[in-house]
Design a protein around this ligand. Structure first.
Ligand SMILES: CC(C)(COP(=O)(O)OP(=O)(O)OC[C@H]1O[C@@H](n2cnc3c(N)ncnc32)[C@H](O)[C@@H]1O)[C@@H](O)C(=O)NCCC(=O)NCCS
Ligand SMILES: Nc1ncnc2c1ncn2[C@@H]1O[C@H](COP(=O)(O)OP(=O)(O)OP(=O)(O)O)[C@@H](O)[C@H]1O
Length: 204
């Protein structure tokens, strides 16, 4: 088993990097996906969100209204802390379970754990073999959110500002991947990291 943690600010290219690592043979555990699973209808997570934020953050069909909840939490530190305290422990637990399953299926698995809020959720102390941080300037990331995902610039800025700083992420990084250039440049950095991982494993 070799466990890579992958983190970075919003729209910094984590998914792009993760996809390449998967092409090389890594098994991906994506916390954004897990964060959706733990708030599906019928989960304790969704019940706790309803309790804390009221029925107005649910859609008529009983699923979470992500837009409504996003509007509540990205401009309000207290509300965000409340939501994080509900979702993050459940995401951590499910991630650990999926990791154990991947290792049971293949003891030599190379796992890439995409954890956008690795710093913010205090998980950087967990025993990862390698921590990769993706980094692009704030302006670039906000432009991606506005141009490609159709976010309002004010909301895009609030999301960026609700996260750790580049300095805080760098402090926990073993490798920083600069995603401000072309996709090809990002991919060649990922390929170099993969080579390093293979070498480390071979030297064990
Ligand atoms: C507020 C919610 C409903 C908004 O949903 P939406 O579909 O608009 O965004 P999505 O979940 O796809 O998240 C996109 C990105 O937003 C950023 N983000 C999400 N939640 C947070 C948060 N609590 N604090 C800071 N940034 C966040 C991350 O960079 C994430 O990758 C949702 O993000 C949520 O439930 N957040 C709390 C859980 C969480 O922290 N998830 C992120 C990592 S586990
Ligand atoms: N050099 C680059 N490296 C990575 N992504 C790039 C690059 N240039 C442009 N992009 C674009 O930036 C966007 C980054 O999105 P991606 O989903 O990979 O980021 P993310 O960090 O996973 O986002 P989120 O925090 O929302 O999960 C993509 O649309 C990608 O095509």
């Amino acid at each position: 088993m070799y466990v890579i943690a992958l983190t970075g600010g919003i729209a910094s290219g984590k998914s792009t990097v993760a996809r390449r690592l998967v092409e090389h043979g890594a098994v991906l555990i994506d916390s954004d996906v897990l964060a959706r699973r733990v708030v599906e209808p019928g989960t304790p997570g969704l019940a706790a969100i309803r309790e804390a934020f009221g029925p107005e953050v649910l859609r008529p069909d009983g699923t979470l209204d992500r837009e409504a909840l996003g509007a509540r939490i990205f401009h309000d530190d207290e509300a965000r802390r409340t939501l994080n305290a509900i979702v993050h422990p459940a995401v951590k637990e499910l991630g650990a379970r999926l990791r154990a399953e991947a290792v049971a299926a293949n003891p030599a698995a190379i796992i890439v754990h995409d954890i956008p809020l690795l710093v913010e959720s205090g998980r950087a102390d967990e025993p990862f073999d390698l921590v990769i941080v993706t980094e692009a300037p704030k302006k670039t990331r906000i432009a991606r959110l506005v141009d490609e995902r159709g976010l309002d610039p004010v909301h895009a800025d609030a999301r960026v500002e609700s996260q750790a700083t580049d300095e805080e992420r760098r402090a926990i990084a073993d490798v920083v991947i600069d995603t401000s250039g072309s996709i090809a440049k990002t991919m060649s950095q990922v390929d170099a990291v993969w080579g390093r991982v293979r070498e480390e494993i071979a030297a064990r």
